[in-house]
Design a binder for this molecule. Structure first.
Ligand SMILES: [Zn+2]
Ligand SMILES: [Zn+2]
Length: 423
């Protein structure tokens, strides 16, 4: 068996792992690495044919390059229904961004259609599906976003577990990830938070809700920057749980993502609770409506979560000088993004113009990734022969691999991009 890391190696972005046995050839994920105003970075080149692409979840760092495969070749895509629905939203949006930013997109709309025609929907978790001559795939709930999966591949050589992005903490929207009850020889694990422990989730959530509430009650405009998938729905559910009696608005791609998630009720923890939370929320449908709603106090949940585009930039420009407004960041802010610039007290950049930030802000990391104790526990439990630590900054991947080697005696690596391993 040969495993090659074509992306997501010592980085967060363009996750892609090629697995080859004597009979089968499959990919785990085919993502892109986004960079502001520029063409994304793509995984390493794949020569030859594939028996299948296994998609762990919809986020672009895992799914973003999938239609590009179908632009030149054929294969089958294996994913859950919410993953397919949400990835379609993101793929269509990526095409729009490429056009707006004026760079070459590696696929066209027709290739998204071709992808959909060649997609096999995995109906639910824990169902074993034959995907190639000698390989069986089983998805386990990864607890990260709706439809997200840990991918277990049973081959005639080794048994593999590719975690994708995982979260073992329970949220309002999702159940925690489930630990696969299968023997694992080779494991590929995400390392986003290796070495870092999350603060207590419930406390973060409570402080966030109370701060938004009290800010609104003093006549303010809480502007909540949110990721479209998972986070926006979680925030609506938090506001419902804490009985925040205020007009709540949802803007940007979070609207379509919410509707897509509502269409797959079995992939959320409590679909009734989600629907109730969404009922209280007004969807912002036009620019005129945006201009109206900021005249009165209200809660605005909008994309993009890292302030890279989306309606949030309109609100930010309008509310920046308003002493009654406050910006709430609700997730991890990647290096180089406007969100990270805010955390670093640097001016943000909107359409290549610098904007010094006057608006007050607070940051809450309502993380959807496993933290260090959870990652350690998972590796101990699965106890693989070989461990590959990926999907993290270089130092985090190395730290994780060193820990597994020294503490558990596992043959562990932080692979380099394009590095391959045979066993
Ligand atoms: Zn993800
Ligand atoms: Zn990811």
């Amino acid at each position: 068996m040969k495993i090659q890391f074509l992306g997501g190696a010592r980085e967060v972005g363009r996750s892609c792992v090629l697995v080859e046995t004597r009979s089968d050839r499959v990919l785990f994920d085919y993502g892109v690495k986004l960079s502001e105003g520029q063409q994304p970075l793509y995984p390493g080149k794949i020569n030859g044919t594939l028996d299948g692409i296994i998609l762990s979840h919809a986020h672009l760092d895992h799914s973003g390059h999938v239609p590009a495969w179908f632009a030149n070749s054929k294969t089958l895509l294996f994913a859950t229904q919410p993953t397919v629905d949400l990835a379609n939203l993101l793929w269509a949006d990526s095409l729009k961004i490429a056009e707006y930013e004026d760079y070459h997109a590696p696929y066209l709309k027709g290739h998204i259609n071709k992808t959909n025609k060649n997609t096999y929907i995995i109906p639910h978790y824990k169902k074993e599906i034959p995907i190639a001559d000698e390989s069986m795939l089983t998805f386990f709930d990864a607890g990260h976003i709706p439809g997200s999966a840990m991918c277990y591949l049973n081959t005639n050589e080794k048994n593999l577990l590719y975690t994708g992005d995982i979260n073992f903490g329970e949220t309002n929207l999702l159940k925690p990830a489930e630990i696969p009850d299968k023997p694992v020889d080779v494991m590929m694990v995400e390392s986003t938070y290796a070495g870092k422990e999350h603060p207590k989730r419930e406390k973060t959530e409570k402080t966030f809700a109370e701060s938004v509430k009290s800010h609104f009650e003093t006549g303010g405009h809480p502007l909540i920057a949110s990721f479209a998938i998972g986070r926006a729905q979680e925030i609506m559910m938090i506001f419902k749980k804490y009985n925040i009696d205020a007009p709540i608005y949802l803007d940007g791609m979070a609207q379509k993502a919410t509707m897509a998630i509502q269409q797959s009720p079995k992939f959320v923890k409590d679909s009734k609770a989600l629907n109730k939370a969404v009922q209280d929320v007004t969807f912002v449908k036009s620019q005129k409506m945006r201009q109206e709603i900021i005249k009165e106090p209200g809660l605005i949940i909008t994309t993009a979560g890292m302030l890279q585009g989306g309606p949030i930039l309109y609100y930010l420009l309008e509310l920046n000088n308003n002493p009654l407004a406050k910006l709430f960041l609700t997730g991890y802010q990647v290096e180089g993004t406007n969100g990270r610039k805010i955390l670093n007290d640097e001016p943000v950049e909107i359409d290549e113009v610098e904007l010094p930030l006057k608006i007050a802000w607070e940051h809450y990391d309502l993380s959807a990734h496993a933290d260090w104790p959870q990652l350690q526990k998972l590796v101990k439990k699965m106890n693989p022969e070989i461990l590959f630590c990926m999907h993290g900054q270089e130092a985090n991947c190395e730290l994780f691999a060193n820990w597994a080697k020294e503490e558990l005696g596992i043959d562990a690596y932080a692979p380099m991009k394009n590095e391959s391993f045979s066993f």
